[in-house]
Design a binder for this molecule. Structure first.
Ligand SMILES: Cc1cc2nc3c(=O)[nH]c(=O)nc-3n(C[C@H](O)[C@H](O)[C@H](O)COP(=O)(O)OP(=O)(O)OC[C@H]3O[C@@H](n4cnc5c(N)ncnc54)[C@H](O)[C@@H]3O)c2cc1C
Length: 511
């Protein structure tokens, strides 16, 4: 008889697991997804024909397996311009090769990111500030502070006090809602490791002397320096819709609007789950294996009979950072040095808003991710990103309040005129970032318990409470499938993904 694999979540991890099971075994995956769409955080939202990416999802990986997997699902657009970038194809089902440009907006000026020692940076920062940065960097190189007790120590050791205070301190606080002194240095090791001043200089020099466009995978390059990436013509959700279609075509089952509300165990085995659908109907399902991409804090609370008290306690102490993105359609931006055409369209895919007098963290320019995301003619479609905490004053604002607040912020920092706003759409994303504080230090208590349940596999981003990108999430799903097929009950391989990697979605912690 075919084995049934129950899967919680139809994000990249859950769908990858389902498709891999169908491709490589006779298991039947049954996927439950709380939302009425697939893709998880990597879904795309269609608002009046304009598509929003929650955060801006670059498709790149240092794993050949992942890169090949994506290319098999969607071919890369065949025609390229002289820079190796895709000419936007007529056909819908294509991955585009897109350029990355993200700059920092600070002191009402644009700075390159990562910060380059250019005439523009010198001019923007001013001589005095620059000397302070240079001296404190030299000091940090000569006298490294040890040990690194927190993220502040981590930053200062690598960048010096002045650069830390100018570019990292306030922004990190915006992202995480707490001071760098209250964040574990492990976060830096996970997220910033590949980025250094010398690395950025070496990269700039290489760029100057090499004219060949880099391969999209760019294996030797730190994430912050990745200049070209793959991107589905209609946003990341297009990829996950194609994957979901193939799962269904091969006999897999996806139940949208179904939340896993209980995970039933007998002894040390999962025997099934209980779901509640959007109409309130409760149903139980039996399975031979259970792959979970739901947040661990929720998983451990839903296991029935209850897990040991200390596991429950660590689970309930795990913290998250939540996220709000406001899609904003405008006729034009205010003129800026690199703004082009009647809309003053800047070339950036996204912009870090470093200004301390506003709460906005990043600004996505969806036109530059893929022109096909925007169907309103002669308009700029943006994503205004806010990092927040479920229940705080940002989270609880009504859509119209939030809209007024966010437009006022962009006006304040001289990027738009409120009169140019044409449309908007608000998306709240709970648990967008698993945090490395709260009870995270005690995470091994959870892992020691879940690892002893042979047919339970924790994969993905919140599923493992790890800052995993799509590719990491997919790799963990693939390894779970390998284990199910091989009858391997050790979860060690899965936990090793993204432990020692240098590539992550965003070195500044904002994606
Ligand atoms: C702002 C931002 C920018 C990012 N940028 C990039 C990028 O550039 N490149 C990149 O590769 N990655 C990026 N990422 C990371 C990427 O979004 C995640 O790695 C990926 O979506 C994780 O996939 P997942 O399947 O593990 O989890 P998710 O995408 O979170 O999917 C989990 C799914 O499970 C569902 N679920 C939860 N609980 C239950 C339940 N009890 N029952 C049923 N369903 C449930 C959820 O609704 C969700 O759909 C970014 C993330 C953020 C927040």
């Amino acid at each position: 008889m075919n084995r049934i694999v129950l899967i919680a979540g139809a994000g990249p991890a859950g769908l990858t697991a389902a498709l891999e099971l169908l491709r490589r075994s006779d298991c039947i995956p049954i996927v439950f997804e709380s939302l009425d769409d697939v893709g998880g955080i990597s879904r795309t939202i269609n608002h009046h024909g304009n598509r929003m990416d929650i955060g801006g999802h670059r498709f790149f990986s240092k794993s050949d397996w992942v890169m090949d997997w994506w290319r098999t699902m969607m071919p890369v657009a065949p025609e390229k311009n002289a820079d190796g970038l895709s000419v936007i194809p007529e056909a819908d089902r294509h991955l585009l090769v897109r350029p990355r440009l993200s700059r920092i907006y600070f002191l009402r000026k644009f700075f390159s990111y990562p910060i380059a020692l250019s005439a523009q940076t010198l001019g923007n920062l001013g001589f005095a500030r620059l000397v302070r940065i240079g001296l404190s960097y030299a000091w940090a190189c000569l006298f490294k502070r040890k040990p690194e007790r927190n993220l502040e120590d981590f930053f200062i050791n690598r960048f010096g006090k002045a650069l830390y205070a100018t570019f990292f301190r306030d922004y990190t606080e915006k992202v995480w809602g707490r001071h760098c002194r209250d964040i574990s240095p492990e976060w830096g090791a996970q997220r910033i490791k590949g980025l250094s001043i010398l690395g950025a200089l070496r990269h700039a020099a290489r760029k100057l002397f090499s004219r060949a466009p880099a391969d999209v995978a760019q294996k030797g390059t730190s994430t912050s320096l990745i200049e070209r990436f793959l991107y589905p013509k209609y946003g990341p959700g297009q990829m996950w819709h194609i994957v979901a279609d193939e799962v269904r075509a091969r006999g897999g089952i996806i139940h949208l609007g179904h939340t896993v509300v209980a995970v039933r165990m007998e002894g040390l085995r999962v025997v099934g789950v209980t779901t509640k659908d959007s109409h309130g109907h409760v149903r139980t399902w039996q399975g031979d294996h259970f792959i979970s991409t739901m947040p661990i804090s929720e998983l451990v609370a839903k296991i029935d009979p209850p897990v040991p008290a200390e596991v429950l306690e660590v689970g309930s102490g795990l913290c998250y950072r939540d996220f709000i993105t406001l899609g904003l359609l405008v006729r034009k931006l205010k003129p800026t040095p690199q703004g082009k055409g009647p809309m003053n369209l800047v070339p950036d895919t996204w912009i870090y808003i470093q200004e301390p007098d506003v709460k906005i963290g990043r600004l996505q320019i969806f036109n530059n991710w893929s022109p096909s995301l925007v169907t309103t003619p002669d308009a700029i479609w943006m994503g205004l990103e806010y990092f927040c905490q479920e229940g705080d004053e940002l989270w609880t604002m009504s859509e119209s309040e939030f809209f007024r607040f966010a437009v006022a912020e962009l006006e304040k920092i001289d990027l738009i005129d409120a009169a140019d706003v044409m449309d908007h759409h608000l998306v709240r994303v709970p648990k967008a970032y698993p945090a490395y504080f709260g009870s995270y230090d005690l995470f091994s208590v959870i892992r020691d318990y879940t690892d002893t349940v042979p047919n339970l596999y924790l994969v993905g981003r919140n599923g493992m409470h790890r800052y995993n990108n799509q590719d990491h999430s997919m790799l963990t799903a693939k390894l779970a499938v390998d284990d199910i097929i091989a009858g391997n009950v050790s979860k060690r391989g899965i936990w090793e993904v993204n432990v020692d990697d240098e590539y992550h979605e965003e070195k500044r912690g904002a994606s």
